[in-house]
Design a protein around this ligand. Structure first.
Ligand code: SAH
Length: 358
C-alpha cells in the first residue's frame, strides 16, 4: 500500500548515509544508493521515472516511500546589463529571489532565508518578515538552477557563488554549511570553495564557528560604518555584536583560515561618506587584516538614504588608498529590475506563472 503524499518524506532530506541505510533495509544492493544519489544531486531530476538505469520495481518503491521536491522559477526578468533575476517558488509556495550576474564569467547570488529577521535600514529585504530558513537542498537547487540558466542564456560556466540574496546566512548556519558541502562535493557540483563567498551582517559568534568548522570559502562582513553609534543606527544587530567583537572574530577567522575577510561598505550620502568616516574605516582596517569593497547604494522604496556623489566616492577611495588600504568598488548590476544588492523584495507578481523575458 502506498503512503499518502502528505506523509511521505522528501527524499532530498536524506543524507547519503541515510540513503545507504534505506537501501540496505530494503535488501537492495549497496551501489543503488550511489545511483539514486547521483540522479538526485548530479542530475537534479524531478521524477523517479527519470532514473532510467534504476529498475522499474525500485522506482515504484521509491515513489511509494518518498516525494521529490523541486523549486520552480516563477518569473525570470532580464535587465539591460543582462543580469537575470528569478523569483523561485518553493514547495510550500514561499518565494525567494536568486540572481545571475554575467560578466566574462557567471556569478550566482542566492538566498538563504525566506525574508529576513534583521532590520538594516538601507535594505529592501529587511522590510519582509522572516518566514523560515531555506533547507540546504533549496539553497543548492538555486545554484543548480542559476548554473543551467547561465549556460542556456549566455553559454557561460558558473564560476562564483555569493550568499548575498535574501536572508542572513549565519542565522541559517547548518543549512548554509551543508549547501556549501554539497556544492563543493564531487557528488554535487564539485566547485572550489574559494569561489564561494558568505556575506554576513556580522554575528561574531558564528564567524568564530565558521573558522572552527574549517570553512574554506571567503567571508564578507557588511560593515557599512566603522563608527559605533552610526552602525547601530543603521544595523541594530550591532547592539549585540559591536565593532570590537567583530574585529576579534574576524582576526580569529583570518588566523585560522588564512583568508582575508572583505569589509563591505555601502556608500550612503551624508551618512558614512566623509573623510572622518573613511578615517574610522582605516583605523578598523589597521586592527583587522582585510580588504574593503565599497558598494554603490541602490535605491530602496521608502528609504531615506541616497547614493553618494561621484566626487565624494573618489575622495573616500583616495583617502583609503593613501593609507594603503586595499579597496575595490562594486558597481550596481540589474538595477532596472530591482536585482541589485539590497533590492530583493519579491516585487514581481507572484504565482502568475509568467515568464517575463523582457
Ligand atoms: N544578510 C547578509 C547578506 C545579504 S545582503 C548581509 O547582511 O551581509 C548583501 C549585501 O548587500 C550586504 O552587504 C548588504 O548590506 C548590502 N545591501 C543591502 N541593501 C543595499 C542597498 N540598498 N544598496 C546596496 N547594498 C545593499
Amino acid at each position: 500500500m502506498s503512503v499518502s503524499k502528505s506523509l511521505k518524506k522528501d527524499i532530498r532530506s536524506l543524507s547519503f548515509e541515510q540513503l545507504q541505510e534505506w537501501v540496505l533495509q530494503n535488501q537492495l544492493p549497496k551501489y543503488r544508493a550511489q545511483q539514486i544519489y547521483d540522479w538526485l544531486w548530479l542530475k537534479n531530476i524531478s521524477l523517479f521515472e527519470e532514473m532510467s538505469d534504476v529498475p522499474k520495481s525500485l522506482r515504484a518503491l521509491l515513489s511509494d516511500s518518498f516525494n521529490i521536491t523541486q523549486i520552480q522559477a516563477q518569473t525570470i526578468q532580464i535587465a539591460k546589463d543582462k543580469t537575470i533575476k528569478c523569483a523561485i517558488k518553493l514547495y510550500d509556495n514561499n518565494v525567494v529571489e536568486s540572481v545571475l550576474i554575467p560578466t566574462t564569467r557567471a556569478t550566482a547570488c542566492i538566498s538563504s532565508q525566506v525574508g529576513c529577521s534583521l532590520d538594516c535600514k538601507f535594505c529592501a529585504t529587511a522590510k519582509l518578515e522572516r518566514m523560515r530558513n531555506l533547507s540546504y537542498q533549496e539553497i543548492y537547487q538555486q545554484v543548480y538552477f542559476i548554473k543551467n540558466l547561465a549556460k542556456e542564456k549566455y553559454n557561460l560556466p558558473l564560476t562564483n557563488i555569493v550568499y548575498m540574496g535574501m536572508g542572513e546566512p549565519l542565522l541559517n548556519y547548518q543549512n548554509t554549511i551543508k549547501s556549501i558541502e554539497l556544492i563543493t562535493s564531487p557528488k554535487g557540483l564539485g566547485m572550489s570553495p574559494q569561489r564561494i563567498t558568505i556575506s554576513t551582517s556580522g554575528i561574531a559568534k558564528m564567524i568564530v564557528k565558521l573558522a572552527d568548522d574549517n570553512y574554506k570559502g571567503n567571508l564578507a562582513l557588511s560593515l557599512h560604518a566603522a563608527i559605533e553609534e552610526k552602525r547601530v543606527k543603521i544595523m541594530s544587530i550591532s547592539e549585540s555584536n559591536n565593532l570590537a567583537m567583530l574585529a576579534d572574530s574576524l582576526n580569529y577567522f583570518y588566523e585560522k583560515t588564512g583568508t582575508r575577510p572583505t569589509l563591505e561598505y555601502v556608500m550612503l550620502n551624508d551618512f558614512n561618506d566623509s573623510i572622518k568616516d573613511a578615517q574610522a574605516l582605516i583605523n578598523f582596517c589597521r586592527k583587522v587584516k582585510s580588504k574593503v569593497n565599497l558598494i554603490e547604494y541602490n535605491d530602496v522604496e521608502g528609504s531615506a538614504f541616497k547614493k553618494t556623489s561621484k566626487e565624494k566616492l573618489e575622495n573616500f577611495i583616495k583617502h583609503l588608498e593613501l593609507n594603503k588600504i586595499i579597496v575595490t568598488v562594486r558597481r550596481s548590476r540589474g538595477k532596472d529590475i530591482d536585482a541589485a544588492c539590497g533590492q530583493l523584495v519579491n516585487k514581481n507578481p507572484l504565482f502568475s506563472n509568467v515568464l517575463t523575458n523582457s
